[in-house]
Each structure stands twice: as structure tokens, then as C-alpha cells.
Design a protein around this ligand. Structure first.
Ligand SMILES: C[S@@+](CC[C@H](N)C(=O)[O-])C[C@H]1O[C@@H](n2cnc3c(N)ncnc32)[C@H](O)[C@@H]1O
Ligand code: SF4
Length: 347
């Protein structure tokens, strides 16, 4: 059991003022990276020889609970656990179980997860029992060899077994597929028909220039405007109004009846409706995925058992949330626009 006695004290402060940034956007969605570690080494996300953080720098499960609860107390209604791979964090189910009290209390609308699926067979039933309703699973190909080449260390069969287990447990699944030029772009119809055939939505994601990964970003980048145009030759894609406040735009594929999303940070500006912030496993708050500016919340968290310092630091940080970002792959130097990896903030 997680000892959250101190955090329960915090729960009694619910109803404090909501977090609203200088541009009037209410912050209702928090994404939390619970570990920087992963059992895969996807080529667009990590270098093969990644070095990971020492344990002392990473927030404990109690600290993660306290930090998440502070945001829930300030109006966050949706919490997504991510990583690295969230399901390889030791004790992850203890954290999920403890955070689920906010669902039961009606302070949180959704507790969810983005996972590579490798550990789902083990955890799916427990996640459902803790109140999760739907999760995102990342899957870029249905070809076992290609899967191994993209993830370097992953096994497609293990992930497919995880997806089976999650569906049997009653979890709704959205598949996230990173579009990689010359790697999986010929597979989109197959992936769409497979996902929709199993009642899962699918979202295509443009590769974002985050972190040194050892291979050229320009070689991987496929503008989704192009992918969409190609898909439109084969399917009828009807725009639908569904929005999540994030960078995704959705269509209904008439032939399958399923929903297809496009996350296009490189070709589309989605900042005006941004309702989210991100926390790393060291307690660093990023107000924008595409900017370097960040606030250290671990210091106030560890400095005092009372939450005044923490709330002060959160307020100060949200007051600096920028209007937007501008991702650019530096064509002259072939460098990423930002040096941190996606596994730091968890997407
Ligand atoms: C960083 S992962 C963390 C959660 C989990 N390990 C997973 O793969 O789902 C979150 C999402 O970010 C995506 N991602 C990682 N690096 C990316 C990049 N450079 N550009 C776009 N998406 C990326 C992954 O495909 C995944 O869907
Ligand atoms: S995308 Fe997810 S599964 Fe792949 S290396 Fe990054 S964190 Fe791990």
C-alpha cells in the first residue's frame, strides 16, 4: 500500500482556484511521465545506448501521487500516465490504485495511460479494476520483423497478446502509429482496417524533432497531409468535429466506420486550444511540449510537507505558459529542434 496519509490532507483542499494561463486557457489535462526507462528502444524516440536517471532524482510513488493530487485539487480533470514505459515502473499499480480515489470522489473524469503494450497482458485486468476505461497503445506496424527493427527490442506477439488482454478486460483502446517515411507508410490501410475491425480508433502521429537519436530526422519525416491525401484515394474520409484540446484532428473512414486521427504538430498549429501540461519523472513541469522552458516542482515538493510552496511554484509556472511553439527540423545542421527526448515528457 502507498502511504498517502499526507496527500489525503491535500485532498481536503479541493476546490481551490483553477489553473488558468495568461491566454485564458484552463489547464484541465496533466500528462505525467512516471519513469524515463523503457523495455523498447524505438528508433525515433531513443538512442540504443540511452543512459537513465539515478533513482534519487526520480520521484517516489508517494511524491508522484502528491504532485498529481495537487493538480487535481487545482482543476485537472484528466490524468495520463506515460513514460518511458509506464508499466515498467516498479509499483505502478500501487500508484494507479491510489490515484483512482480521485475518480471515485468525482474529482477526476479520466485516469488513463499511454503504453507500448508489452506489459499489458499482465496488468490489463488490474487497470480496468482501478477505474481505467480506455488506454492508448503505440503500434507502428503489424509486421513482426519491421516491429523488431523499429522498436529494436520489442516483440510484436507480446504486444498483440497485451491488446487481446486489454480488450478482454473491457478496456477501450486507441492505437497510436508514428508515421515513418519508407518504413510503415505502405501499411496504413492494413493498420486502419485491422484496428477498426477490432473496434479500436487509430491515430497517425508525425515524427517530432525531439532528442538526439543517432539517425537523421529528415529521413523519417512524412507530412501527414501527404498520408491523408493518399488515404483519401482509397477511402472516403469524413471530417468529424471531435476535438480533445490537443493536436489531433479526426475523420470517420466511411468504409470501416472507424475513427482516424492525425496528429500534425509540424504542419498544423494546435496551440490556441491547448489545455495540457506535462510533468517528467523528476518533477519538472513543461508548460509546452515544443519549448524548453520548465519549472522544477521537485524542490518545493521535497522542501516542505505543507503544500503552499508547491502550489506557489505551480501558479508561477502556469503564469509563464507560452502562447505556442514552432517545431523546426534544422535543415542545415540536421539537429533536433529540442534536445530532450520524447520519453522525458512522454509525448
Ligand atoms: C514517448 S512514448 C511513452 C509511452 C509508451 N512508451 C509508448 O510508447 O506508448 C509516447 C508516444 O510518443 C511517441 N513518440 C516517441 N517519440 C516520438 C517522436 N520523436 N515523434 C513523434 N512521436 C513520438 C510514441 O510513439 C508514443 O506513441
Ligand atoms: S516510444 Fe515508448 S516504447 Fe518506444 S522507446 Fe519511446 S518510450 Fe519506449
Amino acid at each position: 500500500m502507498l502511504d498517502v496519509t499526507q496527500n489525503l490532507e491535500l485532498d481536503r483542499t479541493f476546490g481551490r482556484t483553477e489553473l488558468v494561463d495568461p491566454f485564458g486557457r484552463a489547464i484541465s489535462y496533466l500528462r505525467v511521465s512516471v519513469t524515463d526507462r523503457c523495455d523498447f528502444r524505438c528508433v525515433y524516440c531513443m538512442a540504443e545506448d540511452m543512459s537513465f536517471l539515478p533513482k534519487a532524482e526520480v520521484l517516489s510513488l508517494e511524491e508522484l501521487d502528491r504532485l498529481c493530487s495537487a493538480f487535481v485539487a487545482r482543476g485537472v480533470r484528466k490524468l495520463r500516465l506515460t513514460g518511458g514505459e509506464p508499466l515498467v515502473r516498479r509499483g505502478i499499480m500501487t500508484l494507479v490504485g491510489s490515484l483512482s480515489r480521485h475518480l471515485r470522489a468525482g474529482h477526476l473524469d479520466e485516469l488513463t495511460l499511454t503504453t507500448n503494450g508489452s506489459q499489458l497482458a499482465k496488468y490489463a485486468a488490474d487497470l480496468k479494476a482501478a477505474g481505467m476505461r480506455r488506454i492508448n497503445v503505440s503500434l507502428d506496424t503489424l509486421d513482426p520483423e519491421k516491429f523488431r527493427a523499429i522498436t529494436r527490442w520489442g516483440s510484436l506477439n507480446q504486444v498483440l497478446a497485451g491488446i487481446d488482454a486489454a480488450q478482454s478486460a473491457g478496456l477501450k483502446i486507441k492505437i497510436n502509429t508514428v508515421a515513418l517515411k519508407g518504413v510503415n507508410d505502405d501499411e496504413f490501410p492494413r493498420l486502419i482496417e485491422w484496428a477498426h475491425g477490432r473496434g479500436m480508433d487509430l491515430t497517425l502521429i508525425e515524427v517530432m524533432p525531439l532528442g538526439e537519436i543517432g539517425t537523421g530526422r529528415l529521413d523519417q519525416y512524412l507530412p501527414l497531409s501527404l498520408a491523408r491525401a493518399r488515404l483519401a484515394e482509397r477511402y472516403r474520409l469524413d471530417d468529424i468535429d471531435y476535438r480533445t484540446g490537443g493536436p489531433a484532428r479526426y475523420v470517420r473512414v466511411a468504409e470501416t466506420g472507424g475513427t482516424l486521427g492525425f496528429i500534425t504538430p509540424m504542419t498544423h498549429n494546435f496551440c490556441e486550444s491547448c489545455n495540457r501540461v506535462r510533468i517528467t519523472c523528476t518533477g519538472t513541469l513543461f508548460m509546452c511540449l515544443g519549448q524548453e522552458d520548465a519549472a522544477d516542482l521537485r524542490k518545493p515538493l521535497r522542501a516542505s510537507e505543507a503544500n503552499d510552496l508547491l502550489f506557489g511554484a505551480i501558479d508561477e509556472a502556469i503564469g509563464r505558459k507560452p502562447k505556442g511553439h514552432d517545431f523546426v527540423i534544422d535543415r542545415r545542421h540536421r539537429r533536433p529542434a529540442l534536445s530532450r527526448h520524447m520519453s522525458v515528457t512522454g509525448g
